[in-house]
Design a protein around this ligand. Structure first.
Ligand code: C2E
Ligand code: CA
Ligand code: CA
Length: 559
């Protein structure tokens, strides 16, 4: 039995006239009554809200957002409105209360019923008991509500469907409890990556849905989808194991694609399946175009290469001792004729699995060589440019013989060229990697180890390779000063690298706190949005004067 004395009822009524008898009846039934929900404190304090269906929009959103048990209240004056009780008004109401039911005992029963109903519903169908995320039903309601708001406020809604790769293997290998923990961790990372505004659901198994509201445009939607993709960059630590899982993500945006909440969920799901089939990780649903786009990624990449749709953007690396830009990383972009600028996460995996990364990789190296000459012409002859190498390129038997030819044709100084490889790239076929890397370094090209800290191996595993620089993965950089473990990992990577005579670059530096930590702990170079995002070469060249000058930053005092 609920104790009415512990229940505060908040009134959200348009016509003051009905308030007095209602308040009296509520008090007589033993409930506390607070004022109008226009004041958020009242709403926060209340367990139940009595709501008049004619009160609209802003308050309605507040109500639904606050997840209160609410009861539609209909008084005599509103008899005519009765028939107009549209779905929106009453959709979330647990009970409908009529003015002639104001007798205290009836009120009490109505409120108790509503609360019980709400609790049961929440437990059973609105939330996923494992992760605490929304369930299918809770998510559908939230999506309905979001779509409704789009027609009111404009802006965009994006729905993401996410499915884990390799989850069944985790289940088989480690058992259900372990797999459940993994799901809970995925839920946690999603929540912390997206913040409180995103609504996230798990639909059983390893399938998640994400609702992003009030987006200013497609770019914001894409950035958030990338952010979701990035939560899988680092492995999950479960008990004493580190497991790495990947996800396939499908996205649909409204109103670009129109439909009901259910239809949009289906569309996001089908885009996710396309991403999985085509091995691209991230795929956007577009009405009609869905099939053509990803059905032949290999073909699309080949055409793009022929039409010169790829470009390289450059992100500077700042030397902390010299306070200057001493290098840049080349990052590929695809300027798609109809889809705009595509990021590597949308096509690199497909390029790797189809083998297209090999010819693309040659183009990248040729382009880097051309850009190095251009940089030298602008007085930047000492800036070293790094490109990322995929394991497929290392497996390519011709790589070691083609590379010297490309370098010679371009007439560049080989010391200005660097390759970034991840541990996985190196360890996929260590024997071949070693042979290739020895041939490459014999030319004067340097090698750096990318995303360090995320793989399984220790530095000792890879000491046999001719590596001169280690790049600390951005997932560590971004946790320094927030998390003791990250602090000590970063510190020990720096010390270990220095003991082995290697340079250390921290990637993903975004703020002063991170920079301060890296400076204090002797990191050699930093790269990240704090100094610059990756930019096209012409933009880099426009900033040439700044680049030649020492980097200025409050923490980097003049030498
Ligand atoms: P990566 O090698 O780890 O590259 C660094 C990524 O971090 C880039 O993403 C860069 O834009 C992003 N980044 C840089 N600074 C910051 C920061 O401060 N904060 C955050 N949050 N991110 C930052 P991008 O360009 O999307 O590239 C993603 C990945 O795609 C690269 O990761 C690399 O593995 C791959 N990739 C990019 N270009 C190429 C390429 O030419 N060839 C190959 N094989 N792979 C490439
Ligand atoms: Ca890299
Ligand atoms: Ca990296």
């Amino acid at each position: 039995m609920l104790n009415p004395n512990e229940i505060t009822v908040c009134l959200c009524l348009e016509h003051g006239v009905v308030t007095a008898p209602l308040v009296d009846a509520l008090r007589a039934a033993g409930f506390r009554v607070s004022g109008d929900i226009d004041t958020p404190e009242h709403l926060a304090a209340a367990q139940v809200v009595l709501f008049q269906p004619s009160v609209r929009s802003a308050q309605h959103s507040m109500l639904v957002g606050a997840r209160k048990t609410w009861i539609a209240y209909i008084d005599h004056n509103m008899a005519s409105v009765h028939n107009n009780l549209d779905a929106f008004s009453v959709s979330g109401a647990r009970e409908v209360l009529y003015a002639d039911e104001l007798a205290p005992h009836r009120l009490q029963r109505c409120i108790e019923r509503a609360i019980k109903q709400q609790h049961a519903l929440q437990r059973q169908s609105h939330f996923d008991s494992l992760t605490g995320l929304l369930s299918n039903r809770g998510f559908l309601e939230a999506t309905d509500e979001a779509l409704f708001k789009v027609s009111e406020h404009g802006r965009m809604v994006a729905l993401l469907a996410l499915d884990l790769r390799g989850f069944n293997e985790v289940n088989q290998h480690h058992g259900f409890n372990f797999a459940d923990q993994l799901l809970s961790f995925v839920a946690l990372r999603l929540k912390s990556a997206l913040g409180p505004l995103a609504k996230i659901a798990r639909l059983g198994g390893d399938e998640f849905f994400i609702l992003l509201e009030q987006l200013p445009g497609m770019e914001a939607a894409q950035q958030l989808a990338q952010r979701v993709h990035a939560i899988f960059d680092e492995p999950f630590q479960i008990l004493s194991e580190r497991v790495r899982v990947q996800a396939d993500i499908g996205m649909v945006t409204y109103p670009e694609t129109l439909g009901s909440a259910e239809e949009l969920m289906r569309n996001a799901h089908s885009a996710m399946q396309t991403a999985k089939e085509r091995d691209v990780h991230l795929c956007r649903y577009e009405q009609g175009a869905q099939q053509d786009w990803t059905s032949n990624m290999e073909q699309a990449l080949r055409v793009a290469l022929r039409r010169q749709e790829f470009e390289l953007h450059y992100q500077p690396k700042v030397c902390l001792r010299e306070r200057t830009i001493i290098g840049m990383e080349a990052l590929i972009r695809w300027r798609h004729p109809t889809r705009g600028l595509l990021m590597p996460s949308e096509f690199i995996t497909a390029a790797e699995s189809s083998g297209m990364i090999v010819p693309m990789g040659y183009w990248i190296i040729e382009q880097v060589c051309r850009d190095l000459s251009e940089l030298a012409e602008h007085g930047l002859q000492n800036v070293c440019v790094a490109t990322n190498l995929s394991f497929r390129q290392l497996q390519d038997e011709q790589f070691a013989s083609v590379l010297p030819r490309l370098i010679q044709e371009a007439g560049i100084d080989t010391r200005c060229l660097e390759f970034e490889l991840t541990e996985t790239t190196v360890l996929t076929d260590p024997k071949r990697a070693l042979a290739t890397l020895e041939a490459v370094t014999a030319l004067g090209v340097t090698i750096s180890l990318d995303d360090f800290g995320t793989g399984y191996s220790s530095l000792t595993h890879i000491r046999q390779f001719p590596i001169s620089t280690i790049k600390i993965d951005r997932s560590f950089t971004q946790r320094v000063s927030l998390d003791h473990e990250a602090d000590s990992i970063v510190r020990s990577i720096i010390n270990l690298a220095h003991d082995l005579n290697m340079q250390v670059v921290a990637e993903g530096v975004e703020d002063d706190i991170q920079l301060g930590f890296l400076l204090a702990n002797g990191c050699d170079q930093v790269q990240g949005f704090l100094f610059s995002e990756p930019r096209p070469l012409w933009e880099v060249l426009q900033l040439i004067d700044q680049i030649l000058r020492p980097v200025t930053h409050p923490l980097l005092t003049p030498l």
